[in-house]
Design a protein around this ligand. Sequence first.
Ligand code: AMP
Length: 219
Amino acid sequence: MRLVFLGAPGAGKGTQAQRLAAQEQIPHISTGEILRESVTRGTPLGLQAKGYMDSGKLVPDEVVIGLVREKLTSPECARGYILDGFPRTVAQAEALDRILTETGSPGLDHVISFDVPQEEIVRRLSGRRSCSRCQTVYHIEHDPPKHEGVCDKCGGRLVQRADDKPETVLARLRVFDQQTRPLVEYYQKRGLLQRVDATGSIDQVYARLLAVVHATRMA
Ligand code: AMP
C-alpha cells in the first residue's frame, strides 16, 4: 500500500499514519519528524532546516525531495509506505511522480485528504504535546497522558513543539492554504484523491480511514 496523507497542520495525519502503518506493517515517513530529529541532533540537514521550521515556513523543496528520494528507494519501503507531510508543494508532487517512475513503482494507491475546519485546528494545535523521547503525541484535553507532562509509553517528558505556539500556527496555516491546498486538485485530477472527515475522536477518524482504504482495496 502506497499512500500520501494530505491535510492542514493539526488535522491528525501523523496520529492516523502511525496507527495505520503499525497495522499494515509498513513504514510511516513523516518529513516533519525526520527534520525535527535532525534539528535535535544538530546535523547539517537540521541546521539548514531549523530557521524555516521555527518560523512556520516550508523547508526548500530540493532539501526535502532529496531526503524522501533516499527513503523511498530504500529496501524497507519495498512493500509500501505512508507519506505524511510530503508532498506539500506542487513541485514536490511532481518530484514524487518522477521518483515513482524512475524506480518502476506501480504508483500511489491513494492520496487521503484529512478535512478539518480551521477553528478546530487552532484548538488542536494549542493543546498538542509530544514526548521528547519517543515522539508519541497527546492532547491535553482530548487524549491526555495518565500523569500530566509524562509520556504513558516511555516516561519521557512531554513538550509543546516550538512551531505549535500561536504566532507560528497562523503562519503555518497560511502556508498550507497557499502552497499545499492546490495539491487537492492536483490529485483529484489524477483520480487518486479520497477525502476523510477528520473531525471527532481519533477512533472515529480511524474507522473512516479504514473504510476508505478497505473499500477501494476490495473494489
Ligand atoms: P509537520 O510535522 O509535518 O507539521 O512539519 C513541521 C515543519 O517541518 C513544517 O512546518 C516545515 O517547516 C517542515 N516540513 C515538513 N515537511 C515538509 C515538506 N514536505 N516540505 C517542506 N517543509 C516541510
